[in-house]
Design a protein around this ligand. Structure first.
Ligand code: ATP
Ligand code: MG
Length: 140
């Protein structure tokens, strides 16, 4: 398996409940290294661009409002097969369908307030990392 990088966001529902460390512990226990991380307040424009692929969906407006409702922690995670590994650790979008032990099963409040984002392909990971981080901020 190749070492890979993926992009992650700890969402406002989780920062509000002081769960950054608990979520990071799941990554680190499972072989993902946090090679970049910062806590930011996302702007409306950033959130709209980031989730632009969903802009025709009925939940888009609410999703953007949620993502700017409090601070988020944006991260780059590195490890073997990091994109797929992180998606596995996150669990299903809807926590009601998420497997036991996954971050969303453990922590998510709802299908919208589901605690974490993770890139869904290596191509999207590269785009998403570049959207939030300068190369000099990532230290592997
Ligand atoms: P993410 O992209 O945040 O990692 P995902 O890939 O599991 O999540 P997507 O289908 O890309 O799921 O949806 C993006 C986000 O939009 C979800 O994580 C969730 O916050 C929100 N969302 C998705 N479906 C719904 C829905 N039916 N109602 C409300 N919010 C939704
Ligand atoms: Mg997605």
């Amino acid at each position: 398996m190749a070492t890979e990088r993926t992009f992650s966001i700890i969402k406002p529902d989780a920062t509000r409940r002081n769960l950054t460390g608990a979520i990071n512990a799941v990554f680190e226990k499972n072989g993902l290294r946090i090679v970049a991380q910062k806590r930011i307040q996302m702007s409306q424009a950033q959130a709209e661009t980031f989730y632009g692929v969903h802009h025709e969906r009925p939940f888009f407006k609410d999703l953007v409002s949620f993502m700017v409702s409090g601070p988020v922690v944006v991260q780059v995670l590195e490890g073997d097969n990091a994109v797929a590994k992180n998606r596995e650790l996150m669990g299903a979008t809807n926590p009601a369908n998420a497997a036991e032990g996954t971050i969303r099963k453990l922590f998510a409040e709802s299908i919208e307030a589901n605690s974490v984002h993770g890139s869904d392909s290596p191509e999207n990971a590269a785009t998403e990392i570049a959207y939030f981080f300068a190369g000099s901020e990532i230290v592997g």
